[in-house]
Design a protein. Structure first.
Length: 349
């Protein structure tokens, strides 16, 4: 009204929540991140037999470091000391589990540390993704890496013809092949003559898992008979976890008699699955070792590998008996396949 000063009203802004309320929200987000981490970590440490979705989530155990660190950050913002310590402890436990040889129920030997300058057998394993892997790239990798032993899963008749046309027969002339359409087929290619071996129990598996033996010279200069099984188990799909468990358990038949052996291929399982660790120790007198558990090799995911920087998991493995040491573990992308090729040098004796 005239004659009365008009009060000035500042522009209104959204009210800022009181500090305690903001801390409550931060703590809530922290718990939302931490609870799944604790559940998964408990399953990993206890090794309980679980179904969907926990079997699938266990594959991602190393990646759960990210939400555990996120929970730590939000608890720090909320000034909640005890939950922050729990989140920090979970992150540390997951980091320790990532270095598999030191993990509970782990492989105490891990990747052997023998002299890698000694000549060894160079081998490669590849899931060819329904036979779609680029045959020329496979052969070029074999030539460049001087591969002497090659195991291919999801090996189809068409891929076999393409590999022959690209020159694989000249590099690895000895082979045992079970070509099939889709994901079932398998092929083993070698510089050494192969003798096919029938392993009772493997014929009950979902896909072909051929076994063959060959002779090489060990580091002591003596001949050594080696058996290789080309492995492909059924994936742990939500409606097929039982088939996946059956296939992993069936593989124990390969190592019942001990001896020098290699199991290489797509296990559709990570070291964080109890079923996979059980396979390593199925024969208490002759445990198997996983080349991917040495050092930080588990930071090299093998699937999915369609894009160079996509996160992934290690489901492709090279397992060996205790008298085989592994060196020069590496992975490489092959166009057409969503799996990485696994390359490793093996020393016998």
């Amino acid at each position: 009204m005239p004659g009365y000063p008009c009060p000035m009203h500042p522009l209104s802004a959204d009210p800022v929540p009181p500090l305690p309320r903001r801390r409550t929200w931060a703590a809530g987000i922290g718990w939302a991140l931490l609870v799944p981490v604790l559940l998964l970590l408990g399953l990993r440490l206890t090794g309980l037999s679980v179904g969907t979705p926990w079997v699938q989530l266990l594959s991602l155990t190393p990646l759960f470091i990210v939400p555990s660190l996120g929970a730590l950050l939000f608890f720090a913002l909320a000034r909640r000391t005890f939950p922050a310590l729990v989140a920090a402890g979970a992150a540390i436990a997951l980091a320790v589990l990532l270095v598999a040889p030191f993990a509970p129920a782990g492989n105490v030997r891990g990747t052997a540390t023998q002299d890698c300058s000694a000549p060894g057998l160079r081998m490669m394993s590849l899931n060819a993704r329904l036979g779609r892997a680029d045959a020329a790239a496979v052969v070029e990798t074999v030539r460049r890496e001087q591969v002497q032993l090659l195991a291919i899963q999801e090996f189809t008749p068409a891929l076999g013809a393409e590999l022959s046309a690209a020159g694989l027969d000249e590099l690895l002339p000895h082979t045992t092949q079970v070509p099939e359409g889709g994901a079932a087929g398998a092929g083993i290619f070698s510089q050494f003559p192969l003798t096919v071996r029938d392993v009772p129990g493997l014929d009950s598996m979902s896909f072909e898992n051929p076994t063959a033996s060959f002779t090489v010279f060990g580091s002591d200069g003596r001949e050594r008979r080696v058996e290789i099984t080309n492995v492909h188990t059924f994936p742990p799909l939500p409606d097929a976890v039982d088939s996946w468990r059956h296939d992993l358990a069936a593989l124990a038949a390969v190592n019942t008699g001990g001896g020098t052996r290699i199991l290489a291929g797509d296990f559709n399982a990570t070291y964080d699955h109890r079923e996979f660790r059980d396979l390593l120790h199925a024969n208490a007198d002759a445990p198997l070792s996983d080349a991917s558990t040495g050092g930080l090799a588990r930071l090299q995911p093998t699937w999915p590998r369609e894009h160079q920087y996509s996160p992934g998991i290690v489901i492709d493995h090279v397992l060996t008996s205790a008298d085989v040491s592994t060196c020069d573990y590496a992975t490489g992308r092959i166009p057409g396949s969503d799996h990485a090729a696994v390359l490793v040098t093996l020393n016998f004796g």
